[in-house]
Write a protein that binds this ligand. Structure first.
Ligand code: 9L3
Ligand code: MG
Length: 126
């Protein structure tokens, strides 16, 4: 399983720009990564966000609908709350906070597109 986090603050969502692999580099995603053996999905997401962004988070509600990825992996997204730290692009090319319009206009990885309607509803409207 792969887990991803929707960090929303002040009506804005944090998007992260992938640096790899080449076919995804430059595209934007909800940050996260693979669940390791022995981890819960929530624990894995907290670890990934600590590694990728340098922040402490608490994982909340799951977003609706898991997404099938190539290679038999399943992608699941959760709301996450920022507890401490300021997100930094420790593993990504760049970070960006987007409102509803910015999310719709972003060059998102295909896997994350299913959540755009649900996420837009949580964000500041233009
Ligand atoms: N993936 C897709 N959308 C996301 C994330 C975090 C990951 N929001 C896909 C890209 C990779 C795989 O899942 O094919 C593993 O992710 P990572 O460990 O390279 O971040
Ligand atoms: Mg990752």
């Amino acid at each position: 399983m792969v887990v991803a986090g929707a960090l929303v603050a002040n009506g804005l969502l944090l998007l992260a720009q992938r640096s790899r692999p080449p076919e995804l580099a430059g595209m934007w995603e909800l940050p996260g990564g693979k669940v390791e053996p022995g981890e819960s999905p929530e624990g894995a997401l907290e670890r990934e966000l600590r590694e990728e962004l340098g922040v402490e988070t608490v994982v909340g509600q799951q977003l609706a609908g898991d997404v099938d990825l190539a290679g038999g992996l399943v992608l699941r997204a959760y709301r996450v709350e920022l507890m401490s730290g300021t997100p930094a692009p420790l593993d990504h090319s760049d970070l960006r906070w987007v409102d509803a319009r910015g999310l719709v206009g972003a060059d998102l990885v295909d896997a994350d597109r299913a959540w755009v309607p649900e996420l837009s509803g949580m964000l500041r409207q233009p």
